[in-house]
Design a protein around this ligand. Structure first.
Ligand code: AMP
Ligand code: ZN
Length: 665
């Protein structure tokens, strides 16, 4: 084999194994940094040697394919639905029916019913060939490019897999990733996603696979389909699938009777709340595949399987009032204030009503008895109204027309679900929210100033805009509640220090709608200074990588406001960073500013010379000998014993290659 080809193969194998360990076994075997370095090496080799292209190389997982129309694809084996059961009686009835149709004892495989979007994956000779959504069960959409970005979907199998087969599973979005995505959305002023399931299925139909790659989706498999698979039971097939590299949750269990099935259901009805993803029931399957075949299918579902739906945790309670909250971007959110009630182990007092359409759809009114459910969402949701209990004098809800805080007439843009208060510069919660965003950790990170103090400063009339922060004096602050000499000093000092925060974070801190951390970085990298961004037209902005029309419109609208320009000019006057620093312009950072670093030993992912360059490029100083001034030592293998002794004596910390590289990542 060609030496380069061999090298490419080895890198692919290595990355594949790390992916498998991390995403299927939940067991990391490499640092993120080292993984990225190897991936980059592979990408470069593949770019130089297109003759060794492989559609299933780990490099293909980063996405980038744009699909305008997903191709309709016929399922070779139909994707059926499942019959539902809700009680012990239902399950016993089912057993009676199937016992009449097959001979011998029946055993069952019990699995969890994952709540996501179903998918059918086709493998040939160990390679993923296509991935198709369920669609109507007969045909679905070919979403292969998007599915390839999901790291728990093996692109190449291991072990003794059959030459051709389909495998079915569910694409889910675990709670943790879902909540993180929502935090980021809220940060840029977008409405949060409603629930993990819809977000997962929406993700499969995104046109840009690079976007899908960013979403923390997972694929949980549950069914092998095909001929000559070399397995005799469902339980065995799950185990085989695991051996071939698929993620098959370990919860699956073999049951020898319906009583044992019920034991499984009882256990998971409680413990499912500890799972990282959403489940809505249990699927019980006849274990023996021969018996499955004898039982066959009805028009819509297999006779050999039965879903048992968990009872959603629901209660009913009285709606006492509807109030409206104004967010940092002026978005109005209606909130249901409920008569407190116990639900899934917590006391629920409030629920989100989302928007005007939702209220209209449910025809929800103050005084109604409403059904509340706790699903994957952070805040409980209202499912509907118990009309039998509606008071005779009840009146339809009329949605608010004026801002509850500043009485400005609300607006609702076409195509948007939310109402907005347009009084950008005069509406208190917007002013406070914007300044709170400005000082937050990922933005200006102002020490000594918290969200409550911001509210206090605004309410006392000391500031109305984040640029006012830079004119605050100690004399103004000390009289405030809970402020003392020391805390006032800290506050002033924290504000002063924020003048060193680099431009990209200032750009994010400005709080322009849709400009999150990533977009802020892109804009800064492209335009270098604020004046260039202000001068950019919508068309020019759209030409910047990853900036779409929505962002471009929002940016130009922000700078079209005279008040905002005035704020920017004031920030400039106070010395806030509104252009890239000389270091940043030359590709350098200040991450290691002030660090005096000694490098010693042998390194793996970078050479010593590279390591020294990294230190200097990030503002650190390289020193050849250890002294009391040394900040730390980057220690590789075989560090000299005398150096080690000296470091110990002076208590200079040793850090590993990986730890160091993470510092500058
Ligand atoms: P339903 O949509 O209610 O008819 O339920 C059928 C769907 O449940 C299937 O299309 C699968 O996507 C999904 N499902 C989730 N977990 C499992 C599982 N362990 N076995 C079979 N189907 C499952
Ligand atoms: Zn307002």
């Amino acid at each position: 084999m060609h030496i380069i080809e061999k090298k490419i193969q080895n890198l692919r194998d290595e990355l594949r194994a790390h992916n498998y360990n991390y995403y299927v076994l939940d067991n990391a075997t490499i640092s993120d940094y080292d993984f990225d370095v190897k991936l980059k090496t592979l990408q470069e080799l593949e770019a130089k040697h297109p003759e060794f292209f492989d559609a299933n190389s780990p490099t293909q997982r980063v996405g980038g394919t744009i699909t305008k129309n997903f191709e309709t694809t016929v399922h070779e084996h139909r994707m059926y639905s499942l019959d539902n059961s809700y009680s012990k009686d239902d399950l016993e009835d089912w057993e009676m029916r199937i016992k009449k149709l097959v001979d011998g004892d029946i055993q069952y495989t019990c699995e969890l019913k994952y709540d996501g979007a179903s998918i059918s994956l086709t493998y040939e000779y160990g390679n993923l060939i296509k991935a198709v959504t369920r669609g109507d069960g007969f045909q679905g959409d070919n979403v292969t490019a998007n599915i390839k970005t999901i790291k728990s979907v093996p692109l190449q199998l291991k072990g003794d897999y059959p030459p051709k087969f389909d495998i079915r599973g569910e694409i889910v979005l675990p709670f943790e990733g879902f909540n993180k995505m929502n935090e980021e959305r809220i940060e840029i002023g977008e409405e949060p996603y409603r629930n993990p399931r819809n977000t997962a299925s929406g993700s499969l139909k995104l046109q840009d696979s690079a976007e899908v790659a960013k979403r923390p989706l997972e694929c949980l498999l549950y069914n092998l389909t095909g001929t000559n698979l070399g397995v005799k039971t469902q339980f065995e097939s799950l185990d085989k699938a695991r051996q071939w590299g698929f993620k098959v949750p370990e919860a699956a269990k073999l049951a020898h009777s319906i009583d044992e099935v019920l034991g499984f259901i009882e256990y998971w009805d409680v413990h499912r709340h500890n799972l990282p993803y959403e489940t809505d029931g249990v699927v019980v399957k006849v274990n023996n595949l021969q018996q499955q075949e004898e039982l066959g299918y009805t028009a819509k579902a297999p006779r050999w399987a039965m879903a048992y739906k968990f009872k959603a945790e629901q209660v009913s309670t009285k709606l006492n009032s509807i109030t409206y909250q104004v967010g940092r971007t002026g978005a109005i959110t209606p909130v249901a204030n409920l008569e407190p009630v116990e639900l899934a182990g917590t006391t629920v007092k409030r629920a989100s009503l989302h928007n005007a359409d939702q209220i209209k759809k449910l025809d929800i009114r103050v005084g109604d008895e409403v059904y509340v459910e706790k699903g994957g969402e952070i805040i409980p949701k209202i499912l509907g109204v118990d009309l039998s209990k509606r008071p005779a004098n009840s009146e339809p809800t009329i949605y608010l027309t004026q801002c509850p805080e500043c009485e400005t007439e609300l607006v609702r843009q076409e195509g948007e679900a939310q109402h907005y208060c347009p009084n950008y510069n005069g509406c208190k919660p917007q002013i406070i929210g914007r300044i709170q965003h400005f000082i937050s950790r990922k933005a200006m990170d102002i020490d000594g100033l918290g969200g409550e103090t911001v509210a206090l400063l605004v309410n006392e009339g000391l500031i109305t805009n984040y640029s006012d922060l830079y004119e605050l004096t100690k004399a103004q602050i000390i009289p405030l509640e809970r402020m003392a000499e020391k805390s006032a000093d800290n506050l002033i000092q924290g504000i002063e220090q924020s003048k060193n925060i680099p431009f990209e974070r200032v750009m994010f801190a400005l709080g322009i709608r849709y400009v999150g951390e990533t977009v802020a970085k892109k804009l800064v990298k492209h335009y270098k200074n604020i004046d260039a961004i202000i001068a950019a037209s919508q068309e020019e902005l759209i030409n910047v990588d990853e900036i779409g029309i929505k962002i471009a419109e929002s940016v130009t609208a922000f700078f079209a406001s005279e008040e905002n320009i005035d704020t920017i000019n004031r920030l400039k006057g106070f010395g806030v960073q509104l252009e890239m620093s000389a270091e940043a312009l030359s590709g350098q950072t200040e991450l290691l500013k002030g660090d005096i670093v000694v490098v010693s030993g042998v390194f793996h992912s970078v050479s010593r010379t590279e390591l020294k360059k990294i230190i200097e490029d990030n503002g650190g100083k390289v020193s050849s000998s250890i002294s009391s001034k040394t900040s730390y030592i980057v220690a590789g293998d075989n560090m000299g014993p005398s150096k080690k002794e000296k470091a110990d004596k002076l208590s200079i910390p040793l850090i590993s290659e990986n730890e160091f590289l993470q510092k500058v990542d």
